[in-house]
Design a protein around this ligand. Structure first.
Ligand SMILES: [Zn+2]
Length: 133
């Protein structure tokens, strides 16, 4: 993947994680990753339509996963796709929490552990600073 592609993905994402929406400026010590929404392992390409910007946390946990089990129903459910889905259609923020309100949102929020203590603490801090949007 070339530098221009990486830059294009970063700019398109507004320099924020396309999964948990953390801004790069709030995580300067950990450069965000350009990740394959559909992993190469599953036939995903380097096309811009298959690339997304992800923070280190989301990128590491998502790995090549495409789906998981909905924590409510136990049904196999695909993960959120930043190119095909709108964030607001699947997630909402409630204070420091990010809650999924569809099967896709719940499954993704659960798998990527959006509300683990470290993430919540960071979002609480950003809320207090008026930096969370
Ligand atoms: Zn993230």
């Amino acid at each position: 993947m070339d530098h221009t592609t990486r830059l294009e993905v970063r700019n398109r994402a507004g320099n924020r994680c396309e999964y948990c929406r953390l801004r790069q400026q709030h995580e300067e010590e950990n450069p965000f990753h350009v990740e394959h929404v559909i992993a190469q392992q599953h036939g995903g390409t380097h096309d811009l339509e298959n690339l997304a910007l992800a923070c280190s946390w989301c990128n590491a946990i998502k790995g090549p996963n495409l789906a998981s089990l909905d924590p409510d129903s136990g049904e196999l459910t695909r993960l959120y796709h930043p190119r095909k889905d709108r964030w607001e259609d699947h997630f909402r923020r409630d204070g420091a929490f990010i809650l999924g309100h569809t099967d896709v949102g719940r499954t993704t929020a659960w798998l990527l552990r959006f509300n683990d203590a470290d993430n919540l603490n960071q979002r609480h801090l950003l809320l207090e600073l008026g930096e969370l949007d």
